[in-house]
Design a protein around this ligand. Sequence first.
Ligand code: HEC
Length: 135
Amino acid sequence: MNLPKSFAASAVAAVLMAALSACGSAPKGDVAHGAELYAQCSACHAMQENNLGPAHCGLFGRKAGTVPGFGYSSAMRESGIVWDEKILSEFLVSPFSYLPGTVMGFAGFPNEQDRLDVIAYMKQQTSDPSVCPTS
Ligand code: HEC
């Protein structure tokens, strides 16, 4: 009766496989899940138009607080942020803590995978010319 031994062996194999697949790929966002999460942003944001929040087209590489016609907080205007994936992820953990004085009324995504997913979706949308025309 060597059940415990083979059980242990398969448990070790499972752990090894999980470790291997975790190492083999850089953290990646799931665009489809990101689209679901972005519904929470859509309460205030749209890609092309300013709404309760500023338009998101052109976000990546843009200086924070610079969408024409949007009334930002001075905290956002004076933040010195240039949006990229890394800073956006840090901001979205908890916008109020990252940027005291921001008027963005969103508590944050504490879960890193959620942030990766929503950012993957935003990257996909903002680089799609049918969503965000470049001219
Ligand atoms: C309750 C409304 C609301 C929700 C929900 C919301 N935002 Fe905002 N967002 C704002 C407002 C208002 C601002 C401008 C903040 C300021 O000026 O301090 C803003 C600003 C931003 C900015 C800075 C844009 C720029 O032009 O510099 C980013 C990036 C952003 N939001 C992303 C998101 C994402 C991603 C989500 C969803 C996870 C989200 N927001 C959810 C209202 C919202």
